[in-house]
Design a binder for this molecule. Sequence first.
Ligand code: ADP
Length: 553
Amino acid sequence: ADTTPLARGLPVPQGISKSAFLAAIEELRSTLGADHVVLNDQTITNGWYMEHPNTHDIMSLFDTEEFIASAVVYPGSVTDVQSIVKWANKHLIPIFPISIGRNLGYGGSAPRVRGSVTVDLGRRMNRILDINVDDFTCLVEPGVTFYALYEEIQRRGLGDKVWIDTPDLGGGSVIGNTLERGVGYTPYGDHWMCHSGLEVVLPSVGDDGKVPVMRTGMGALGTGGENVWQCFPYGYGPHNDGIFSQSNFGIVTKMGMTLMPNPGGYESYAYTFPNESDYAPLIDIIRPLRIANILENVAQLRQGLQTLTVEGRPRTAYYNGSGPIPDAVVREHQRKTPTGECAWVYYGMAYGPPHVRAHKLAIIDAEFKRIPGCRKIDPASMPEDDYYWSRDHIASGTPDLEELRWVNWMPNGAHICFSPVSPTRGADAEKLYAMAKRWHTEQGLDLMMAFLVGMREMHLIIEIVFDVTDKEMKKRAEKCLRGMIDEAASLGYGEYRTHLALMDQVAGTYNWNDNALMKFNNQLKDAIDPNGILAPGRCGIWPARYRNRGWEL
Ligand code: ADP
């Protein structure tokens, strides 16, 4: 971790004087305890994934001090969270909740508005409140990571019974990732779909002077849901959970999650495909198999270069030229890898005892081999440290960190994602792939991508890996991202999630019928958070106090 003095000094939020801000901080210290309120007025420290800072984005596309917190507070209870909301409303100070803050590629722990006070929920509110092996559910606080949940299940000796679903990197918060509508790779990979019940602290103060806490679904029952909260997500009346995901309408303090029964066996498999053009017919083969659940998990179709990047070595170990790394160079190096030469690799997993798997695996094998040159990888040929086993861990619900390897591709490696959604159809994939390739070539960037097949849709995940100290390269990355967002929108595709820096632009592409959706979101925002204190600008939603005053990027 490198530490440097803050170049721009204490980032006091706009609209309040430094002395008034410092006085407000003292007041908050007396409420929460001095140890639990830390001013960000001295230095800036960049760690890596496991020792990430909670004040800013270590992978910033702009100046690091642009999206930065003025202070970090550590609530220890729901009551503390309510106190913080009350305090923020009194002083009109923007607050920004994070659970763990490892949302790398999408902004890390950084707030959207410079000088926001970050509410780091995870540090002290990190209890696993319930693991229920009869209903296969759990109830967690914001600080529970995928690793922590996994380890607690093993510690209690329940690993034989119950699995979790983990994203590519297991160090994030179950709540944080789910609220961002992140995905994992078991049949329970759609985290948002698998959650059941939220407890939310709302961002304004009621007429009675209290900050409301509400529960959704069955948790709204007078009992607080008790034994049924995690069994049925909908409850009665409008299903409000959706407005608390990818938004700035509330602070989630508890969430229920469904867990997967141990399927009684599993087997990962991978297939390679020789030609660049193979992905389109392959995706058309994948679609009916995925929808019919023959392909059982959120599987990845990764492009050839990714078999090199996951070796964790710098780009210069393969190529020293400028512009995107040529295909011939990729193939030459691939020949020396266990995966071998290919344009695409598909990683999947079959679940259940051997006889259950065999049926599905036979269908998959026959269908995939309709693509000429398709080759099944023999798992026995894969060395222990090969990335193949990382996918094996993740698809069987074991958290892992190997996905970080490709960040080493660049010195001072950072990454930012472009993640458009399309139907699982070859023709759509072709349009997005051609577009992405053109933009990357124009900007001299390596195209690093994978299609993640959800079900009827695919997330195309492109990772632009850049040198965080290279301003010129960051400009090119931004140009490429912004160009792709607009062009994808004109072709009829939109992102499922985006980085802080791009939220306004992406929100702007969801503008059907004279921005009806954003108008509705704005209406909600102003009703729920009239002072506009909670995460202003997140997901492109600006409260009235900020709207159309030059904050949009
Ligand atoms: P990760 O789980 O990847 O570490 P974060 O904690 O960074 O994720 O959360 C991702 C984003 O989701 C945050 O930037 C924040 O905007 C939002 N978020 C996270 N936790 C909460 C929460 N408990 N309540 C409301 N929003 C949250």
